[in-house]
Ligand binder design. Structure first.
Ligand code: NAP
Length: 278
């Protein structure tokens, strides 16, 4: 008797992850025989767990905090995005080899493409708030999409230099006090700090210098409607929330494991929104 193909999300802990809901919805939607689970994997069990993914019924997994960097050293090959970011969020099998990919930048771009069509037609200047792991994926994605000039604002300036060096993209590093002057010609403003997230301090940014065509994106999605997005809508700017990034980053993994490219539709979005509270 053959087992159904399996994928999972690994983390420590992984139980809080919404990935089982996302992939479970797609398995059901497409009537596929398959399973997707959340697996709590401690640091000292990581190498053995990843080794086990070479065998059926596993097709691969998603990787979440705190394993994204360590896993990059455990797979047989990295794709171009994971190699650039030195972090893996998706693993799949190619023959008997495990490949590590990173779909965060893809999810970020696909979300904007979906909810703000044409946003990158003229992308002369993008301003990114934050220089953590998520910001790296965003800056890499923006550079690949052809952004001519990227400004990164971060509390700790050394982290911006580290980001630019690690991914090999030239960015303009500025302090928070300089932000208003940098917004006047920005085509895109994106928050990749944890500020504004439930339980964190608020993000205090005055959006009045932004031009009227600018798009504002917050990758924080708890709450879904952050103060930044509320302010942007109040100014009549196009505002894009962060939930779609989470949903779209899941698409390439599902397609590799289960053979069908799934869609991010309103039913899926509504299901996940219902888990966000507030
Ligand atoms: P991270 O690596 O810990 O980076 C956190 C960032 O926030 C850093 O730039 C940090 O600045 C800044 N920050 C934190 N507290 C601050 C404060 N009090 N004042 C000023 N700056 C502060 O986290 P991450 O993994 O990049 O995630 C960042 C956010 O993105 C989180 O809210 C996460 O939930 C969200 N996210 C969303 C998605 C999605 O799919 N929508 C995906 C990934 C992440 P310093 O460098 O100065 O500490």
């Amino acid at each position: 008797m053959s087992e159904v193909p399996k994928a999972c999300v690994i983390g420590w802990p992984a139980r809080h992850s919404r990935s089982p809901l996302i992939h479970g919805y797609w398995l059901e939607r497409h009537g596929l025989a398959g399973a997707y689970t959340a697996e709590d994997v401690p640091e000292d069990g990581l190498a053995a767990f990843v080794e086990g993914l070479h065998e059926d019924p596993w097709r691969g997994c998603n990787v979440t905090v705190p394993h994204k960097v360590a896993v990059a050293g455990l797979v047989d090959r990295l794709d171009e995005d994971a190699a650039a970011l030195a972090a893996v969020n998706t693993i799949w099998r190619e023959g008997n080899r495990l490949v590590g990919g990173n779909t965060d930048g893809y999810g970020f771009l696909a979300n904007l493409d979906h909810l703000a069509p044409g946003w990158s037609d003229k992308l002369d200047h993008a301003v990114v708030l934050g220089a953590g792991g998520a910001a790296r994926a965003l800056v890499h994605g923006l550079s690949r999409r052809g952004a001519r000039h990227i400004t990164v604002v971060n509390r700790t300036p050394a982290r911006v230099e580290e980001l630019a060096r690690a991914i090999g993209v030239a960015v303009d590093a500025v302090q928070w006090a300089e932000l208003p002057g940098r917004l006047t010609d920005a085509d895109l403003l994106v928050n990749a700090t944890s500020l504004g997230m439930e339980g964190k301090p608020p993000l205090e940014v005055d959006l009045s210098p932004l031009p009227g065509h600018a798009v504002v994106n917050d990758i924080v999605y708890v709450p879904l409607e952050t103060g930044l997005l509320r302010q942007a809508r109040g100014r009549g700017l196009r505002a894009v929330d962060g939930l779609g990034m989470l949903l779209h980053q899941a698409v390439p993994g599902f397609e590799r494991w289960f053979g069908v490219r799934p869609e991010v539709d309103e039913t899926l979005r509504a299901r996940i929104v219902s888990t966000l509270g507030g």
